[in-house]
Write a protein that binds this ligand. Sequence first.
Ligand code: NAD
Length: 516
Amino acid sequence: LDQSTTTSPASVAAEAVALLTGFGVDPALLRRGDLVARSPLTGEETARLAVVDPASAAPVIERAHEAHLAWRTVPAPRRGELVRLLGEELRAAKDDLGRLVTLEAGKVTSEGLGEVQEMIDICDFAVGLSRQLYGLTIATERPQHRMMESWHPLGVVGIISAFNFPVAVWAWNAALALVCGNSVVWKPSEKTPLTALGVQALFERARQRFGADAPEALSSVLIGDAAVGAALVEHRLVALVSATGSTAMGRAVAPKLAARFARQILELGGNNAAIVSDTADLDLALRGVAFAAMGTAGQRCTTLRRLFVQEEVYDVFVDRLKSAYGSVRVGDPRVPGVLVGPLIDHAAHDGMVAALAEAKQAGGTIHGGDRVDVAGEDAFYMRPALVEFPPGAGGQPAIMQRETFAPILYVMRYRSLEQAIALQNDVAAGLSSSIFTRDLHEAERFVSVEGSDCGIANVNIGPSGAEIGGAFGGEKDTGGGRESGSDSWRAYMRRATNTINYGKTLPLAQGVVFDV
Ligand code: NAD
């Protein structure tokens, strides 16, 4: 613990405002309005922002639609140039934006910087992609015909993001959406509006450098809460909504989008597991499990929340894990060596306390989980908790089957791999998973059709975090969306199948005769 590094409340707010001003945000914008922005480092108020009322979201969306109509005619490789310039702005601002992520979301310094690096990486990926938006040419059954697929821009892409990746999620979506010829309207989390204003200012710099072909309303930000998100979801001109957040949020938005046949990418809650086999390299597994479970104070969608350890190695492995839990440094995330920063707010603290009480009631033995006084009563620093459940009659207790967005790791022993895989899959969410093993049979089984049912299944690395090159997302209650790498770009475009007759007759498909 590092009490000595607590700074006076005024300094966090002053630094956040200075960083934003450096990005080009008008400081007057930070002093008016009803949305109180706070830093989880101290709980102090950092700014007051004007909230967009849902009715005034409509003109913003309409302007974004106009922008899309112009932008879609700019050749895709040229659109890539705008995203290349955005990547340059992000490289130049990496330290400052990473710092702002730390101040606003509470991430330790390397994770704040890592989040910005992820934005830079997806920009690079999207620039390459801007020359690779390929369609197929398909063999036709008719002579002197050609059949092909064309991929066209969709329209306005609405982005709703969660507090825990306050900037990277926008970049995963926006970099792809922009090279695909769309405009973007972003509703960031009401818990992290400042980083959104910073990113928008950096985007504006790139847009100005690009020149007149990039319309003014190509990217906009709507500051506000769920009601503003709902305005985005309900507007007929928003062709695709990419929404990241809790499963409860997904349940609210999905039917509305379905009702107007809008496209959706849902990136919702996870309840991620890891299996530690008796053949695992336990040193490696320990590092993998410790980072995945405690990193980002348990506030990643891919955080490890459930651990199944083979009974032969349970005692030796879990003892080592308990000492890692006992020694991890909790404190001000700006201090080198601190690995666990604060929870985002009071509600997150209450959720953790309630979950631990329920786990105790269900027969769990709790290690850690206490509140740590780092910066007074308005900041919520917690020691990560490890909860052992006895080998069990009746599978996993109810608390283990739900996502609590806090650093709690539930641990259980298992006997056979089949049993461990069944336990791991027996929850509603399906985001990420991993196995630690040196047995090829076990590793292959885990990633096979009979293995993990998650969107992400790893071997000998933890479930948390991902590279931008792969498609990111999960199954079941995680929503089924995919974003970032691989062929995720297709979700941001519409496909047209074109058949072209270059002959002088009109043969009909399936041999149909219709002579007039
Ligand atoms: P949240 O659901 O409270 O809020 C997420 C966003 O949705 C916010 O911008 C919020 O204003 C908006 N929102 C909420 N209800 C809405 C509604 N009815 N209509 C429109 N917009 C609405 O989530 P949070 O607390 O910010 O983030 C934590 C959650 O997000 C966790 O469940 C976590 O697993 C999940 N998450 C998932 C991923 C993923 O990629 N699968 C990534 C990050 C976070």
